[in-house]
Design a protein around this ligand. Structure first.
Ligand SMILES: [Zn+2]
Length: 418
């Protein structure tokens, strides 16, 4: 965000004051500068699941919702402004279903419904946000004091087996595609599909998808894909890739995270890993079978009744299920995970592959959030921790969006060169 108006200056001063009052952070040297760096950077979050809230009755993205209140979610447009978040990739997410023509048709319809809701958001709140398709759009919207909202597609399932749909989703504004989600699909294998232990990597159809995405200038997202799929993609793509929301496996041995070998390959590709601030990925919790069983039963119920959390349209039903979720959390608590734990991953990645290949993808409204970064209004805590560890303003700018926007521009340029 750039400080352009009196009210923005007041907001900025308030933010500075809020940080100055936070007891956890002593304001010395670079740390005292951190809120200013946060305001001056083009801050970009490459992954959130906020679009499913657009479909929720009674929830309005143009309204301010209080942090921590039930049903408030992790962000809305006013809170994004308060948190100094300039740009965000909203994920059009469709959970994996049957790999049949009917399944693919339903997935395409679901994705189209979410895209309709996105269109309605841009139309309803032109003073608060705008559609971003390029890094230049994000910079322009930042200057206008509006949130730049990009669209990413999480899970290539809605593309089905129809090459025409890749172009269709491009026309509707999709600028990255996460090839798979938690289960294998027709494009490639997933990092977390336990039903088929064999990792088949990228399929022949997946190669067609990859080449078309390269030609259109749509970023390929390797978060969620299996190790073999990751290496297959990097061997074939002529553009750099992103991992829109993943952490480092060296610090937290989760299949969703990238190993050091994968990180080195990503550097060679010129791509970027966007650190996911989801507690289980940042720090693997100790095993807790009772907790896992309780959650498995709740999620099964939600899946069977509504086809996933995103399918719950009724507010009363949603409140009841969220209360059940909170009750399980309270009954089987996990050790809290903090911003400092997430920044340990950034330190590791920077030491291994340098400052030019790391950014931030919160996974807000999709499970993302930490004890001291519960929602978008608390994102400055990441910047303060980076400053405390000696990162410079230039480095913070790269992490907060410079690297992701560089990759996005390269992907667009390479498409046009073809
Ligand atoms: Zn995800």
């Amino acid at each position: 965000m750039k400080i352009t108006s009196f009210s923005a200056q007041v907001l900025f001063l308030a933010a500075l004051l809020a940080c100055a009052m936070a007891p956890a952070f002593a304001q010395t040297g670079a740390e005292a500068q951190a809120p200013l760096w946060h305001e001056r950077a083009l801050t970009v979050d490459t992954h959130c699941d906020t679009p499913f809230k657009l479909l929720e009755k009674g929830w309005d993205i143009g309204q301010y919702h209080k942090t921590g209140e039930r049903g408030s979610g992790c962000q809305d447009l006013p809170r994004m402004k308060e948190g100094g978040l300039d740009a965000s990739f909203f994920a059009v997410f469709v959970g994996q279903g049957p790999r049949t023509p009917e399944g693919h048709a339903r997935a395409k319809e679901k994705a189209a419904t979410i895209l309709d809701a996105m269109d309605a958001m841009y139309e309803k709140y032109p003073a608060l946000c705008g559609r971003a398709l390029t890094p230049a759009d994000a910079r322009r919207l930042e200057k206008e004091g509006k949130r730049a909202i990009f669209i990413g597609m999480e899970n290539g399932y809605p593309i089905g087996r129809d090459p025409g749909l890749i172009d269709y989703f491009y026309r509707r504004g999709v600028r990255y595609v996460t090839l798979a989600h938690t289960s294998d699909n027709d494009i490639c294998d997933s990092s977390t599909d336990r039903r088929d232990p064999e990792d088949r990597g990228l399929s022949e159809w997946g190669k067609q998808v990859l080449w078309r995405l390269n030609d259109l200038g749509v970023m390929i997202d390797v978060s969620h894909v299996s190790d073999r799929s990751f290496h297959d993609v990097l061997a074939l793509t002529r553009a750099p890739v992103i991992a829109s929301h993943s952490c480092a496996r060296a610090l937290s041995d989760h299949p969703r995270n990238l190993s050091d070998d994968m990180l080195r390959a990503l550097k060679k590709n010129g791509g970027v890993i966007q650190l996911c601030i989801l507690d289980d990925y940042v720090k693997m919790p100790p095993p807790n079978p009772k907790r896992e069983q309780a959650f498995a039963e709740l999620f099964k119920k939600v899946d069977e009744t509504y086809g996933g959390w995103g399918g719950i349209k009724d507010k009363a039903a949603r409140d009841k299920l969220e209360a059940e979720y909170d009750a399980i959390q309270a009954r089987f608590p996990q050790p809290p995970v903090y911003v400092r734990d997430a920044v340990d991953h950034i330190d590791h990645i920077v030491r291994l592959i340098g400052i030019d290949h790391v950014g931030i993808g919160t996974d807000f409204d999709g499970g993302g959030g930490l004890a001291d970064c519960r929602d978008v209004t608390e994102l400055r805590n990441i910047t303060i921790e980076l400053a405390r560890r000696g990162y410079t303003e230039e480095q913070v700018g790269k992490i907060w969006g410079g690297n992701a926007m560089r990759v996005m521009q390269q992907v667009i340029d390479l498409a046009q060169k073809k």
